[in-house]
Design a protein around this ligand. Structure first.
Ligand SMILES: *Cc1c(COP(=O)(O)O)cnc(C)c1O
Length: 394
């Protein structure tokens, strides 16, 4: 079967604006509060606190800056051991390196693709002095958050939850972004809602939140002149972008509902292929930020990935992530390999890696692919994408 190339590119996940955003932005212009102070910032923070049920939210320039301040609040200093989920975006773990902490990477389990509590226990046996643990809710699917929380408590380690991909998801009835001592969400352009770029630090620790707020605006002491007793950063979100966020927040549930439909439609459409969708626990409510497929071992054609290049064999009845990605690209459709685990990255090759059940995250990286999950994609377009994927297994 011959397919037609889409004239307009189908994205993995692009920003979707609704109109209210401009109203809040206009208000900022009209009142001339266009910098890093103003009503949009105050209200955006309050609205997120109310929605999630957290005491403090500090609006920042990015999810990465939220993670950086979270890692600082967790007390990570030079040489301190930090356990981090290996399969993630490098923004989850780079803040530890900014603070000269020592990263130890933890494998994923198969039920949510997130930090494996068994590997985490093993890591604490090897490094009982670990200070801080960073689990992630990958692709909007909550990790085994209560188990990870309990292990952290048992060892007196702080938990920093990277909820950048999971705003609005819940685990056993509690929202993600509330399980750690310090937590980060992201409003980057491709996330479930966006401020164009931005993030927030979430915490019930009032003093910690006050410190983060101070650090984010160059850490000025209370004096008429510029007086500094701590290291500061220029990390505050602007009042204009906070206006975009307020408008977007009104549509969070609607975005989540559409993402779930997309996931269910892929699941149904791909059910006759040797693939499964990214898994989640029944006690959790994911937001399905990205729908991902995992090719069964028996359905995998031979695929070779080097650091920068790849090749694969064309085999009847089988396929591989690189073949599907390349084929979709031919028709102007974006897809993306699963996050390449940090323990496989050249920059982190010297870090220790703890796994107790084979190298699960390397295997998921090898066999998995993120599918276009854009909420403006039509059912017709998605059906077409499903047919193209099927053709790869012909
Ligand atoms: C997007 C993302 C971040 C970083 O957020 P930015 O707002 O882009 O800085 C961190 N961790 C994960 C898992 C992410 O997906």
């Amino acid at each position: 079967m011959e397919f037609k190339r889409f004239e307009n590119r189908i994205y993995l996940s692009s920003p979707t604006m609704h109109g209210e955003e401009q109203m809040f932005v206009k208000e900022a212009f009209d009142t001339n509060w266009v910098s890093t102070v103003g009503a949009n910032l105050t209200n955006f923070e309050k609205e997120v606190c109310d929605k999630l049920g957290v005491k403090n939210a500090v609006a920042l320039a990015s999810g990465t800056s939220a993670l950086h301040l979270a890692v600082k609040l967790a007390g990570v200093k030079q040489g301190d051991i930090v356990f981090a989920q290996s399969m993630t975006f490098d923004a989850s773990v780079n803040p530890v390196t900014y603070e000269k902490g020592t990263l130890v990477f933890i494998d994923s389990e198969r039920e949510t693709w997130n930090m494996d509590p068994e590997a985490l226990k093993e890591a604490f046996r090897k490094y009982p002095q670990c200070k801080c643990v960073i689990p992630v809710n990958l692709y909007g699917v909550p990790a085994k958050l209560d188990e990870i929380r309990a292990i952290c408590d048992e060892h007196g380690a702080k938990m920093v939850e990277d909820a950048a991909e999971s705003l609005g998801a819940s685990y056993k009835g509690k929202m993600t972004g509330l399980f750690g001592d310090y937590n980060a969400i992201s409003f980057n352009g491709n996330k479930i809602i966006t401020t164009s770029g931005g993030g927030m630090l979430l915490t019930d620790d009032d003093k910690g939140a006050a410190s983060a707020r101070k650090w984010s605006t160059q850490a000025r002491d209370n004096a008429p002149w510029y007086q500094h007793s701590e290291l500061g950063y220029n990390y505050r979100l602007s009042n204009i972008l906070a206006g975009i966020g307020r408008g977007q927040l009104l549509h969070l549930e609607e975005h989540i509902a559409r993402k779930k439909e997309i996931y269910e439609r892929y699941k149904e459409g791909l059910k006759d292929l040797p693939v499964s969708m990214n898994p989640y626990l029944p006690c959790s409510k994911p937001i399905f930020w990205l729908s991902c497929l995992l090719i069964d071992k028996e359905g995998m054609a031979k695929q070779n990935r080097g650091d920068l290049t790849y090749s694969y064999d064309k085999e009847a009845g089988k396929s591989c992530p690189e073949e599907i990605r390349e084929t979709l690209e031919k028709y102007n459709i974006e897809s993306r390999p699963i996050w390449k685990p940090m323990h496989m990255q050249p920059i982190y090759k010297d870090c220790d890696y703890i796994s107790v059940s084979g190298d699960s995250c390397a295997d998921i990286f090898e066999r998995g692919l993120c599918l276009p999950s854009d909420i403006t994609m039509t059912d017709e377009q998605q059906d077409y994408i499903i047919e193209i994927i099927k053709s790869c297994f012909a």
